[in-house]
Design a binder for this molecule. Structure first.
Ligand SMILES: O=C(O)c1cc(=O)[nH]c(=O)n1[C@@H]1O[C@H](COP(=O)(O)O)[C@@H](O)[C@H]1O
Length: 235
């Protein structure tokens, strides 16, 4: 049975041992897990097998951004490894996203969700200006999300601050994956566009990515259980 909670715990650790130690404390009914650049660079594909063996659905967050052929082949390998979700950068453009979507369609019985990152949740308007984008984060997210949808993506990564707008613009079935989730009182860190778990779900997010508020907590399981309880999920 698929996990009932929308929470995806980011296993951002420098060693495989630390990530597995945390995964063993977590319950696959209480959350999904995310493998990002730090963990994948140290552990390689073996980490996916280990997390699958523990019963988790895994979001492979490598944010592919390259030429269409390279990205299409990379997402295809990820899907064959059985990950639940994989992502690419929407700024890679239509041809890159279409090639990726086509690559997954050619696989027999593909179930992997293909998601495009819009504007990183660590960026605000001043960061966009510096990279030559003369738009607000909301405007740029809207443009990239529309492009992602028409290029065959299942959904986007955005901040929960844009969830309401995207849900209205692109429909409730277009999957909204939102990092930058911060329970009240938790440290913002390097995130700029943040929201609490409850507000994010009310705004229309489908999945909530939470890293440090859980992994750096004195009692990670208590924080996760409280976040689920706040969302009305009692496991
Ligand atoms: O694609 C992502 O997961 C992602 C996109 C984004 O815009 N912002 C973002 O924070 N993330 C990831 O989500 C996680 C957030 O972690 P915390 O800030 O520790 O909760 C990290 O693993 C990031 O790599």
């Amino acid at each position: 049975m698929s996990c009932q909670s929308p929470i995806v715990v980011a296993l951002d650790y420098p060693t495989m041992a630390q990530s597995i130690e945390m995964a063993k404390r977590l319950d696959p009914n209480q959350c999904r897990v995310k493998v990002g650049k730090e963990l994948y660079t140290t552990a390689g594909p073996a980490i996916l097998d280990s997390l699958h063996a523990l019963g988790f659905e895994v979001f492979l967050d490598l944010k592919f951004h390259d030429i269409p052929n390279t990205v299409a082949n990379a997402v295809s390998v990820a899907a064959k490894a059985g990950v639940w979700m994989v992502n690419v950068h929407a700024s890679g453009g239509r041809r890159m996203m279409e090639a990726s979507a086509n690559a997954l369609q050619q696989l027999p019985n593909n179930n992997t969700l293909l998601i495009a990152v819009t504007v990183l949740t660590s960026m605000d308007q001043s960061d966009l200006v510096e990279v030559g984008i003369d738009a607000t984060p909301e405007q740029h997210v809207k443009r990239l999300a529309a492009l992602a949808k028409s290029s065959g993506m299942d959904g986007v990564v955005c901040s929960a601050q844009e969830s309401k707008m995207l849900s209205t613009e692109l429909g409730k079935d277009f999957v909204l994956v939102t990092p930058g989730i911060r329970p009240t009182g938790s440290d913002q860190g390097d995130q700029k566009r943040i929201m609490t778990p409850t507000d994010a779900m009310a705004a229309g997010s489908h999945y909530l990515v939470m890293g440090r508020p859980i992994t750096q907590a004195a009692d990670p399981i208590a924080v996760l259980t409280q976040a689920n309880a706040d969302l009305g999920i009692l496991i």
